[in-house]
Ligand binder design. Structure first.
Ligand code: 3HC
Ligand code: NAI
Length: 705
């Protein structure tokens, strides 16, 4: 069996090197190895001090996240940390790369800490629905005070070595990156100074001023209470309160009990699912089979809302950008849109004027497609109209060099049709960005039939450079995200006509954990966009499908949302927060009467069940048709592009937690009044019959097979 912790004694120093690639997570083998090594060092009279390091790219990335939810294995991490701290010989942690979560807790249990200048320290447990559960909530305040400890634990942010030194989290920054050498040199220095054993649990200085500590805790509690729906932040605050009020051993007991509560919470399961799903989406089949092409110069066609945002995303990633527009006036507007983003950053002192000039030096503009001759990748973001897309792609076919990747940012149009309209369909792919494109993390990579695998691999590599979360999607109307959105938005419109107000629906969606409801979203984006799409599709709509006219009636009044001062809500001059509008409700009621609907009342739970069942059912269809590779791809899409609360993992994970039999039973009940809309997904039925859940499909490449 592989040794997870190497142990050797060199000139009276016990060297403990953790060897658990890729990131030295604290698996059972590592915990056992650490405990045995500390005991060996303690028992060996020739050993004067102990040095803990990590091999490879990390000190320790934290507890082994894959073990959460499994039966516990001894020794526990808190026991390992206690044993390190209790050691009667000075223990030094030498940190390089990440020291996160349990990794930093190990380091805080050591008596001294040295780090390389590139080390990254943090307590990110809150992002997994947890709290530092190996003494971190008790040791961090004793080392750095309640305020700094709460900041680290509640934000989950990573800090560099200089900040850690200022805080008192580490004692020394190493001069080189050779952590073994530097760690040993620091141990020798401490031994030569006669440095004593210095246990964090006995430190009192950082918490000496009780009133200051209590004020920090009170402020953090008020902040944590505002993080609606999240379970672990308030528990973290409770732990720090215990650190202030109770002896160390009792504080540890409080931490243990609250950690256990977090561990058992569905939020922990949701957030850890999201953590792994965000990594799994990177592993599309083409990323294994093909090599990405080199990308340096990028063309962007159209400098409107999306084109300008895409250009900024590319510039931010250090790429050269050529922006193409249809005429000089539109080109100037496009350039101004890009510049405005950087002006905003300068105004907020996030960028210097020189920095802005440096970035814009990589942007050139033209109305002539010949300027794209050397572009490695071109992304079009022109009007959502097939004829316009075809015209643009014909130009790209004519002017772009062989091997250039040709991408469309279309929201709904058939990427296969775009690809087959030119002589090189193998180079055409969909890159579906979300608005604002330089901020939103999701990038749907839409893979048409004839595209070459290395073009797909290039798209994934581009996402990495842009720091986006890529999801592979197949071609269909709306791909993964917009197709599911269209369905649950339709479900909302049905609820509206059946008796719920738009305000109740928005409130219900927020209560579930979305940052914004569907009607507020429509007011923000502009109701005219959806209206145009509905008009375009009117001819091809299934005549049997229920159609709710309320949104159209609002648009006919010119009520497009925030930009026109009213939409579903009314907006006072300059305000972005709307108030319910009785005139909207009058239109809603008139439409209900026209449709012959007897309005009924819904509880929040009724509304949630329908809204989510619609989302889950369409998600299942998207998987069943192979549009999404696995359920987790749907989850990541909804979380990163549509505001689905990350702590619930995504709609498919949520469905698993509710139970698929329950979801299917709901859908069948709703189908009694509208069998067309509520036709259950065949995949959902199969899973229920087999007693399986969506997660059982996540390991497979073609889960619907
Ligand atoms: N446990 C298990 N596996 C882990 C892990 C962990 N703590 N951290 C990372 N991994 C896995 C990833 O899933 C990935 O696996 P894969 O190759 O099969 O997809 C692999 O290690 C490499 O990870 P990344 O791709 O994320 O590598 P990066 O170099 O980009 O990032 C990192 C490294 C910054 C350490 C990042 O992995 C990270 O943030 N990890 C999680 C850190 C964390 O949350 N720690 C707290 C854990 S909870 C805890 O400690 C509780 C304690 O208080 C009791
Ligand atoms: P927009 O109307 O803001 O911008 C389109 C731009 O394309 C305009 O500046 C126009 O002058 C330019 N243009 C039109 N024809 C051109 C041509 N032949 N050559 C060069 N430039 C031309 O539209 P928006 O919102 O930026 O959308 C663009 C594309 O992105 C559409 O396909 C849309 O479906 C898609 N999209 C839009 C999202 C959004 O939230 N707005 C989100 C994701 C995708």
């Amino acid at each position: 069996m592989r040794t997870a912790v190497h142990y050797q004694v060199q000139d009276h120093v016990a060297l403990l090197a953790i060897d658990n690639p890729p990131v030295n997570a604290l698996s059972a083998a590592v915990r056992q190895g650490l405990l045995a090594a500390v005991r060996a060092a303690q028992a060996d009279d020739t050993v004067h001090a102990v040095l803990i390091t990590g091999l490879g790219k990390a000190f320790i990335a934290g507890a082994d996240i894959r073990e959460f939810g499994l039966p516990p294995q001894a020794p526990s991490l808190p026991d390992v940390c206690d044993a390190i701290e209790a050691c009667r010989k000075p223990v030094v942690a030498a940190i390089h790369g990440p020291a996160h979560g349990g990794g930093l807790e190990v380091a805080m249990s050591a008596h001294y800490r040295v780090a390389t200048s590139s080390a990254k320290l943090g307590l990110p447990e809150v992002q997994l629905g947890l709290l530092p559960g190996a003494g971190g909530t008790q040791r961090a305040p004793r080392l750095i005070g309640a305020q700094a400890a709460l900041d680290l634990m509640l934000s989950g942010r990573q800090i560099g070595a200089p900040e850690a030194l200022r805080m008192g989290l580490i004692d020394h920054i190493a001069t080189s990156d050779d952590i073994q050498l530097e760690g040993l040199a620091y141990v020798r220095h401490l031994l030569s100074e006669g440095a004593p054993v210095r246990r964090t649990c006995e430190q009192t200085q950082a918490m000496a001023d009780r009133a200051v500590q209590q004020a920090a805790i009170n402020a953090a509690r008020a902040d944590a209470a505002k993080r609606r729906g999240l379970f672990s932040p308030l528990k973290i605050v409770d732990c720090v309160q215990a650190a202030l009020d109770l002896p160390f051993a009792e504080g540890l007991r409080t931490e243990r009990a609250l950690f256990q509560q977090c561990l058992e919470s569905p939020q922990r399961a949701g957030l850890i699912h999201a953590f792994f799903a965000e990594r799994e989406v990177l592993k599309a089949p083409e990323t294994r089979s093909a090599k990405p092409r080199a990308i340096q110069q990028v063309g962007v066609i159209g400098g409107g809302t999306m084109g300008a945002g895409i250009a900024v995303a590319m510039l931010d990633a250090g790429l050269q950008v050529i922006l193409i527009e249809r005429d000089e006036a539109a080109l100037a507007q496009g350039r101004t849109r890009v510049e405005k983003v950087y002006d905003g950053q300068v105004a907020k002192s996030r960028l210097t004027p020189q920095g802005k000039a440096g970035i814009l030096a990589r942007l050139s503009t033209s109305t002539d497609y010949a300027a794209l001759a050397q572009a490695d990748l071109v992304i079009e973001a022109v009007f959502e109209d097939m004829a316009v897309k075809h015209a643009v792609f014909a130009q790209l076919d004519r002017y772009c060099k062989p091997g250039a990747v040709l991408a469309t940012n279309t929201s709904y149009l058939d990427v296969n049709a775009i690809a087959s309209s030119i002589s090189r369909p193998q180079e055409v792919i969909g890159l579906h960005f979300f608005s604002p494109a330089h901020i939103m993390k999701l990038l749907e990579i839409v893979v048409p039939a004839k595209v070459s695998p290395d073009v797909v691999a290039t798209a994934f590599e581009l996402a990495r450079r842009l720091k986006k979360v890529p999801v592979r999607a197949g071609v269909c109307d709306g791909f993964i995200g917009n197709r599911i959105l269209a369905t649950y938005r339709t479900a909302a419109d049905h609820l509206l006509e059946d008796g719920a107000s738009p305000y109740e629906i928005d409130q219900m969606v927020r209560a579930f954990g979305f940052p914004i409801g569907p009607y507020e979203m429509s007011d923000l984006a502009g109701g005219d966009i959806g209206w145009a799409t509905r008009k375009r599709r009117a001819a091809t709509r299934d005549p049997r499908a229920r159609y709710v006219h309320i949104a159209d009636r609002l648009c006919e009044q010119g009520w497009f949302g925030q930009k026109s001062g009213r939409g579903w809500y009314r907006y006072a001059e300059g305000s972005r927060t709307g108030t319910p509008d009785p005139e909207v409700m009058a239109i809603v009621e008139a439409e209900r009467t026209k449709a012959g609907v007897q309005p009924r009342s819904f509880t929040t739970e009724d509304l949630q069940r329908r809204y989510l069942a619609a989302m889950i059912n369409e998600g299942a269809k998207v998987i069943e048709e192979g549009i999404a590779l696995r359920p987790l791809d749907v989850d990541v899409t909804l979380v990163h592009g549509y505001g689905f609360p990350r702590h619930r993992g995504g709609p498919m994970k949520y469905a698993d937690q509710v139970g698929l039999a329950q979801i299917l039973a709901d859908i069948r009940t709703f189908a009694q009044t509208d069998p067309l809309f509520w036709k259950p997904s065949a995949l959902l039925i199969t899973l229920v019959e087999a007693g399986r859940d969506f997660d059982s499909l996540n390991q497979l490449e073609t889960p619907h097979a």
